[in-house]
Design a protein around this ligand. Structure first.
Ligand code: WTA
Length: 568
């Protein structure tokens, strides 16, 4: 029996009070995600239940942590930060691979009322700088491997006071602002005064990319727990005996909302694999730990499909009970394939960094229409709006902009230091997601595409603006335009068109050099997979580069009405 039971019944008697009551929260109470994900679970009698089964690259590196371990270790990190003078409201960045300290550190930071800023460990110095500067980050928890990227930009970050190396054995010399810390060697802190955060106290700052301007810091609050708890329960169907694997990295929102907060607030055991993708490694991980609930992403699923059906047969995947996916369009073939070959279909879910929790989903027990994102979560009011008039579209199967009434607990509260851009997300009282879809006669959403130029590669958003700006910093590049290029597995990849400065000659070596330049500066995700040298870039009369034209060409689409662009 699924947690949600009958979707239709839930629609009728829905109230977020259901989650509030289950969590023992009353309006006006303190609410601290760090406490809810550890101390409360222990109070419920599950102190000895396993919270985390962690495995590194090496299969024999498994470590397990009970909820009581998580409680004490997050206290320990919290106390350490508090002793350094970190206060409620201060921004503390987590910048490391998927090691236990990342998961436990998140709770520790929240417990002292500070704001977690998770950043993807593959970010290069430029990506880091933009985000740390914007957030005015006071401390960063990282590892020896990643610290040099911070040292490189330290002089330009006056607010950054501490670089805390969580894997330091105390034997190596420390550089400027570095402090060594080890969870294994620190004195365990049994009791910590958890900061009495309230519903609207800030909790997390996730950076997300837009078409123009710098990345935006999406501000979330502790009350988001209400949505994350109930969606993890009803949409992901997490159940008491589950062994849950969320493949997302907590540098991105899926890895925090459903890789930490949702499951642990429900007292669920989760498994983490800190290694890159390989179909074989993934199947073995499922088999070894008897994973029952698996939350992943379309690119990974397509890569598994590509690895072939025979590989699947070599593993016992019978522990899998429920599968779900997020982040990019989940094509119908992938759903059909997983049902046929793995024995269970992937249930697509749709949401955003900004929404903080699942908005649309194929709920367990509900008929899956392969290729559809599913139906709206109970309690949410969704509509499609006409792109020109922003009126509600009532016609079935007519494309429109996905919009929501802005009233669910996990909604973003603003963009950090960028209220102006936040306000632009609204039209006629509706929150605009920036995505387009249709709704069929049964209320199922069918994704069409984004309404902007942001590139969704491997389920991660990359801003063409950020890549173009970084490209211009290369000595050979005069002008650049960056668009998405279709890709069979990754759905989209980054493609750059560039013109060269006088004295530079197009060559394969230069292409590689520029690619590496971006990989190091921004991240492997943002690195163009292809660079096309051009003599000129198409521009409007006012000199704006016509990205739309280049994009349309890449996708073999009609280039649209060029006259409007010419006069832009
Ligand atoms: C896209 C990730 C199609 C969409 C949780 C959205 C999807 C953006 C789906 C958010 C889906 C997410 N089908 N597209 N099921 N889920 N997207 O902020 O464009 O990294 O706006 O949050 O990913 O990406 P973000």
């Amino acid at each position: 029996m699924s947690n949600i039971g009958s979707y239709d019944n839930r629609l009728h008697d829905f109230s977020w009070k259901i989650a509030e009551q289950e969590l023992g929260y009353r309006p006006g109470d303190t609410i601290n995600i760090g406490w809810y994900c550890s101390d409360r679970i222990c109070q419920l009698g599950k102190a000895d239940k396993i919270a985390l089964i962690w495995e590194g690259h090496d299969e024999n590196s498994t470590r397990t942590y009970s909820f009581n371990d998580i409680r004490i270790l997050s206290n320990t990190i919290g106390a350490f930060l508090r002793n350094l003078g970190i206060h409620d409201g201060d921004r503390v960045c987590l910048f490391m691979d998927k090691i236990p300290e990342l998961y436990i550190g998140l709770l520790g930071i929240l417990k002292i009322g500070a704001v977690v800023q998770p950043l993807f460990s593959a970010f290069g110095d430029e990506s880091l700088f933009i985000r740390l500067e914007n957030a005015g980050t006071k401390a960063i928890l990282t590892t020896r491997q990643h610290a040099p990227k911070i040292q490189k930009i330290l002089a330009t970050l006056p607010d950054l006071q501490y670089i805390i190396l969580v894997d330091d054995d105390g034997t190596k010399a420390l550089k400027a602002k570095e402090i060594a810390f080890s969870l294994d060697r620190a004195l365990p802190v049994e009791h910590l005064d958890v900061f009495p955060t309230k519903a609207e106290s800030p909790s997390l700052l996730h950076y997300t990319s837009g078409t123009t301007g710098q990345p935006k810091g999406v501000k979330h609050v502790h009350y988001s727990l209400i949505s994350q708890y109930l969606t993890a329960k009803w949409a992901l169907d997490l159940q008491e005996d589950d062994l849950y694997w969320c493949t997302a990295d907590p540098g991105w929102v899926t890895g925090t909302s459903y890789g930490i907060i949702g499951p642990w607030s429900l007292g669920i055991t989760q498994c983490v694999k800190d290694s890159g993708f390989s179909a074989e490694t993934w199947y073995r991980f499922i088999e070894k730990h008897k994973i029952s609930m698996w939350y992943s992403a379309p690119t990974a699923i397509r890569s598994l499909m590509k690895a072939g059906d025979n590989l699947v047969k070599r593993f016992d995947l019978s522990s899998l009970r429920h599968l779900a996916s997020v982040g990019e369009p989940l094509n119908a073939e992938a759903v059909v394939w997983s049902e046929k070959v793995i024995g269970k279909p992937f249930h697509d879910t749709y949401w955003q960094t900004e929404t903080g929790s699942i908005m649309i989903s194929n709920f367990p027990g509900m008929k899956i229409k392969p290729g559809s994102m599913g139906k709206v979560f109970p309690g949410l009011t969704a509509a499609l709006l006409d792109p020109d008039t922003f009126e509600i579209i009532t016609e079935v199967n007519k494309p429109g902009l996905i919009a929501f009434q802005f009233d669910w607990p996990a909604r973003l509260r603003t963009y950090w230091k960028n209220e102006e851009t936040f306000q632009k997300k609204f039209r006629n009282g509706w929150y605009l997601t920036g995505d387009r879809s249709t709704i069929d006669q049964d209320g199922y959403f069918w994704f069409i595409g984004r309404d902007d130029d942001v590139i969704n590669t491997v389920g991660h958003l990359v801003s063409p603006f950020e890549v173009e700006s970084a490209l211009l910093e290369h000595k050979a590049v005069a002008e650049s335009a960056v668009v998405a290029k279709p890709d069979e597995v990754n759905m989209e990849v980054v493609k750059a068109f560039i013109t060269l400065k006088p004295g530079f000659v197009a060559s394969d070596e230069l292409e590689l050099e520029i690619m590496n330049f971006i990989r190091k500066k921004l991240s492997p995700l943002a690195m163009p997979q292809e660079i096309e040298y051009v003599d000129t870039l198409p521009k409007t009369r006012s000199g704006k580069i016509m990205r739309r034209l280049l994009h349309a060409k890449e996708w073999g689409e009609d280039t649209g009405d060029l006259s409007t662009l010419e006069n832009d």
